[in-house]
Ligand binder design. Sequence first.
Ligand SMILES: [Zn+2]
Length: 392
Amino acid sequence: MLIFRIFNSQDAERILRIPISLTGKEDSYYWTHSQNGQYTVQSGYKTWMMEKNLESTRRREETGTSYEGTISKIWKTLWKQKVSQKMKVFIWKCLHGGLPVRAELHRRTRQGNPICIGCRDKEETLEHLLIQCTKAKEIWKMAPVQWDGNMELLDCFIRWWTAIMEAQQDRGREDQVNLTINILWQIWKARNDREFNYKEREPHKIIQRAMKEWTEFDEANKGNVVRKNTQETEIQQRTEQEPGQNESQTSLLIKIHTHQDKRQAIVGIGITATDSLGQIQAGWALRERLSTEPIQDQAVAVRLALLNAISQGWSSIRVELDIKELMECIKGSRQCNHMMATLMEDIQFISNQFHKCSFSFANTGIVGSIKLSLHALNIWIDEEWVNPTLRC
Ligand SMILES: [Zn+2]
């Protein structure tokens, strides 16, 4: 089933019906790259992953430690969990306030209905949807995981998650965390089924699906050496996991362009992925808050591009940047300030998750990403186009 919706700012209700790619690869993909090279906006979805609005940053900072420091730590623990890549990106989005829940869409567009359709009682915030909603509570009550004493942390996902991670470290409850991630993922999928397909999933079915996917993943990964925290081991493992696939896989060229709009205090980000024949295979138009320096905006864009590539399951990419200074930062040959250093650390970390990932400088052939970055200045909701038959 393909969902075609022409997005405009008056159509917030329609936005709410558009699924995000993480939830339903099988039915929400489409491809609209037209002959004349013009992009047609036929669908949109939310992938804003790195929202740093003051309100939520302040809320997160109330947890006691610095937001960036906390995130960086939990992120690294998250990447070591034995769950699929899509679930890691999903949790990562949750931690960054990047899930398109109703309250968030409402806050951004000032349109649509922020109320949760599960209980029709409270606003659908991330915490409400995943933990506090009566629907979520029914699921957690049945779930074979126990996180005692975390009830008072239910108002902040990051705090809740940090507590779970700490419990894992203290008590060696890795399986429980992996299952918890699977359950959160299934709650989100059930939510989208309710939201877009008007289908209600039974709590015990949600648990069953989570258990099934978790055990299947566990089975599939049995026999693999326990992942060590070194790049070499990870690269070796990925090679072992993908025998014979590499012949048919080619790396995608990713080009990124950012366009600042000081009046709106936003930056439009355009990302394109082209194959070896120069055909555009995917494109993203994303918007972020303007940061203090253009180079920082570009770094944020690179981080988003890498995460999008990961969530597509791509294993081999080449990234071309059109800002020389950023290349130098990534290579470590240029001094960075604190904010940039954090971004560089993230970029290094995510790029290590690929089988192959390289960076180079080039300021040619970026027409597609420029167009998308300009387009991004006029949208409310981030947009993506992906060739559904693409393998990389
Ligand atoms: Zn609810």
